[in-house]
Design a binder for this molecule. Structure first.
Ligand code: 5AD
Ligand code: SF4
Length: 439
């Protein structure tokens, strides 16, 4: 979502004359778009700021530079950032960046810094221009934001605010615009994307399943994905979309966090490990080739060896083909941060290593099983070697192939020859065909 937000910031600043630079050295404005989810990400802001400050200092005599801190660290720490880094000119949260042109003008006028961390009444999406998507094959599209779930470890409900769904018309027109600009794949974004309730202006809101069915009919939009989902909010319409919408890719990121019911309860997750198992079974009944990835936290307060083993067992049983796994990181203001029985750092480290070993084994197994098969690959750029293109399989695997550049932007059926830990090597079959050619 931060990638999407950063692109939208560039879009809204374009009419007032800003263009993207490759390095901060010659920038007139540097925006650090920040993440507050774990301590490491939040602390990085200050080291990055130190680096940008040195560039700013060197430029005072020539062309002055402005520094802005955006995103969730800005939202959570606001004033604190200005105290720790008084050379910062603007601090604004993730819900106010549509005001950027006005904020920039104000920062130029003012002697002091601009601080915008209130949650505005208006929706930023009503003020943002259609995203520029030229030259893109794949794009993000935020349809939902915020979270009302309050998992006890998580800062998102405090930094992104309450759940909000963009109206259906707005989403469809943005998707059509992307498809018209040549985008073949969109990933629908939201912290709780599957709790999407889009206003249609009529009597009933649309669910995510309904929205996906509609987007699946847009010409040129061959691939649809969505992330991130909350297991307890997966409804029948969404499961049906996995069965009925061919553009919906057979790869789903579905965070489970832990395999232990005791831990899930302490996390306030509102689902048990068995609820999750049942849900996966229903999804697989709808789409038998569905591959799953997840998010996992180890060392949540009170997590015992037995609880951790439950997580390992669930991971093996579901057979996740990918995952983001983290050591629990206490976040200020969240209930878990002040729970007793915080887990020792060394224990967290060992558990994370064991979990990641299992996960990478499963990923390798999945990649190896693809060798000899044909997969549809959306080619989206040049690889590291000359003549090499890279793309993504339906299961999000990175695929390399030697093929002509004019295939970039096409979905090509390739033969998978080799599996590497994080990618696949493929070749063009004798009689390859693009989906474009079929259409
Ligand atoms: N510590 C560790 N991981 C966390 N996540 C969220 N908050 C924390 C935390 N305090 C992880 C969860 C979530 C992902 C985006 O980040 O797994 O799904
Ligand atoms: Fe955070 Fe996701 Fe839980 Fe919301 S549902 S509080 S975003 S982990």
């Amino acid at each position: 979502m931060n990638v999407y937000d950063a692109e939208r910031m560039a879009d809204i600043l374009a009419p007032v004359g800003y263009v993207l630079t490759d390095t901060p050295d010659d920038a007139d404005l540097v925006i650090l778009n920040t993440c507050h989810i774990r301590e490491k990400a939040a602390e990085k802001v200050y080291s990055d700021l130190g680096r940008v400050r040195r560039i700013k200092s060197a430029r005072v005599e020539t062309e002055p530079m402005m520094i802005a801190v955006a995103g969730c660290v800005a939202q959570a720490e606001g004033e604190e950032i200005l105290k720790r880094a008084p050379y910062v000119d603007m601090v604004f949260g993730p819900q106010t960046y549509h005001r950027l042109p006005e904020m920039v003008a104000r920062a130029h006028r003012l002697a002091g810094a601009v601080l915008e961390t209130d949650f505005p009444v208006e929706s930023k999406f009503d003020f943002l221009p259609q995203p520029s998507a030229k030259g893109r094959t794949s794009a993000f599209l935020t349809v939902q934001e915020g979270c009302d779930k309050f998992c006890t470890f998580c800062v998102v409900p405090y930094t992104r605010g309450a759940e909000f769904s963009r109206p259906v018309d707005q989403v469809i027109s943005e998707a059509r615009g992307l498809a018209a600009a040549g985008v073949r794949e969109i990933t629908l974004l939201g912290q709780n994307v599957n709790n999407y309730h889009g206003n249609t202006g009529g009597c009933a809101d649309w669910s995510l399943g309904r929205l996906i069915a509609e987007l699946g009919d847009i010409n040129g939009l061959d691939r649809i994905r969505y992330t991130t989902s909350y297991p307890a909010d997966v409804d029948k319409a969404l499961i049906a979309a996995h069965r009925d919408v061919p553009a919906l890719m057979p790869y789903l990121h579905l965070p489970v966090q832990s395999g232990s019911d005791r831990v899930l309860k302490a996390m306030n997750r509102r689902h048990t490990a068995d609820d999750y198992r049942r849900l996966v079974a229903n999804l697989r009944a709808a789409r038998p080739d569905l591959a799953l990835s997840t998010d996992l936290i180890v060392g949540f307060p009170g997590e015992s060896d037995r609880d951790f083993q439950d997580t390992m067992d669930l991971v093996a049983e579901i057979g996740f083909v990918g995952a983001y796994s983290f050591k629990y990181s206490p976040r200020p203001g969240t209930p878990a941060a002040i729970m007793e029985s915080q887990v020792d750092e060394a224990v967290k480290k060992n558990r994370l290593a064991a979990l990641q070993e299992l996960l990478s084994l499963q990923q390798s197994k999945f990649n190896s099983a693809c060798v000899g098969n044909e997969l549809d690959v959306l080619l989206d750029g040049h690889g590291r070697h000359s003549g090499q293109l890279i793309g993504r399989s339906p299961f999000m695997q990175a695929v390399h192939v030697s093929a002509p550049s004019d295939l970039i932007g096409s979905i090509v059926t390739l033969r998978i020859d080799e599996a590497h830990p994080n990618s696949l090597a493929a070749s063009v079959p004798e009689k390859w065909k693009t989906q474009r050619a079929i259409a």
